[in-house]
Write a protein that binds this ligand. Structure first.
Ligand code: SF4
Length: 330
């Protein structure tokens, strides 16, 4: 269960005497948006507007909407600051409530796996919802004789990873231990760090080493890369979300595609969704925005949708052994 502590938002609204506030919540919390708005309105007297656009990260702050409604403040839930906003914004983290017993058990199981692989020096990382458990985990691993580091990243909290930013992972370790749910982050870490990655999932209670998942992921991506090899017309997608906007990268890719005697067309839009691409006469697409779009929604896109590094493999500008998931740091 995610806990929502609105005290920092309430304090900020009061401190700024904000009269109009735009509330932005992640998709997973939509069912609670009215409850949260009601609470903020009651405690502060401010008029609360709710953004209904899907929100997957602080890379897509609803600043334009905030300007249109004349908001004094944005209350953004669930993500940490990605770039310096123009409109005053308070970022409210959402955290899981977990008991120490559960965390200790996961750390114990993971230690067994690490010892089996003779790994002593680990880098601990997680997503924002679990950040506050990292120090406890560090102590647990140290008690078991490991050297555990929580690395300071760029534009993220120590030990924090995003799907587009793995700088909170130490390169000076024997292995990476990811605490959290889902596979996208740990698989991304395995490409960026080139080290063994172990996951401890507090929701499923599972602990495992990730080589099998990485293999499976690569097989699926290579199938798409192969499918895109014959593409003659390639659509380059640019997200207009401020934290994802990659005009320079898109123009660079256009030049590269044309150098390989293929046609390149530039498309721009706020959200990149499978149905928005239907009917476009391109053979394949490349997305310069969030790297998760091409990966999480891969099966929903009718034509191959690649990330830039994958397109470079298609064009022969990059070796398949150098496969990676794009990072950008806000
Ligand atoms: S670009 Fe994607 S991975 Fe990065 S913060 Fe935004 S939604 Fe998350």
């Amino acid at each position: 269960m995610l806990s929502v502590d609105l005290s920092s938002a309430i304090a900020e609204i009061k401190k700024r005497s904000a009269k109009t506030v735009l509330l932005q919540l992640p998709e997973g919390l939509k069912t609670r948006n009215i409850e949260i708005a009601e609470k903020l309105e009651k405690k502060t007297g401010a008029t609360i507007f709710l953004s209904i656009d899907p929100c997957f990260g602080a890379c897509g702050l609803a600043e334009q909407q905030a300007k249109q409604i004349g908001a004094d403040l944005i209350v953004h839930l669930g993500h940490s600051q990605f770039y310096a906003p123009e409109i005053p914004t308070v970022f409210v983290p959402l955290e899981y409530e977990l008991g120490n017993k559960k965390i200790k058990k996961l750390a114990g199981n993971c230690s067994v796996l690490l010892k089996k692989n003779s790994l002593k020096k680990i880098s601990l990382c997680t997503t924002i919802q679990y950040l506050r458990f990292l120090d406890f985990l560090k102590k647990e691993f140290e008690k078991k004789g490991f050297s555990a580091e929580i690395a300071k990243g760029k534009n993220v909290e120590a030990g924090q990873v995003l799907g587009c930013n793995y700088s909170g992972v130490s390169k000076n370790s024997d292995a990476i231990v990811f605490f959290g749910d889902g596979l996208f982050h740990p698989v991304g870490i395995s490409f960026s760090s080139k080290k063994l990655v172990f996951t401890m999932n507090p929701l499923s209670g599972e602990t495992k080493e990730l080589s099998g998942e990485k293999e499976f992921f690569l097989r699926k991506r290579f199938a798409l890369i192969e499918k895109a090899m014959d593409a003659k017309k390639i659509g380059i997608l640019i997200s207009s979300k401020k934290g994802q906007f990659g005009l320079g990268k898109a123009l660079e890719l256009k030049e590269m595609i044309e150098k390989h005697h293929k046609q390149a067309f530039l498309f721009t839009g706020d959200l990149i969704k499978p149905d928005y691409l239907l009917g476009i006469d391109a053979d394949a697409f490349v997305c310069t925005g969030c790297p998760r779009i091409a990966i999480d929604d891969a099966s929903a896109f009718k034509k191959p949708l690649l990330n830039p590094s994958e397109l470079k493999i298609v064009l022969g500008e990059k070796k398949i052994e150098d496969y990676e998931i794009e990072e950008f740091f806000g």
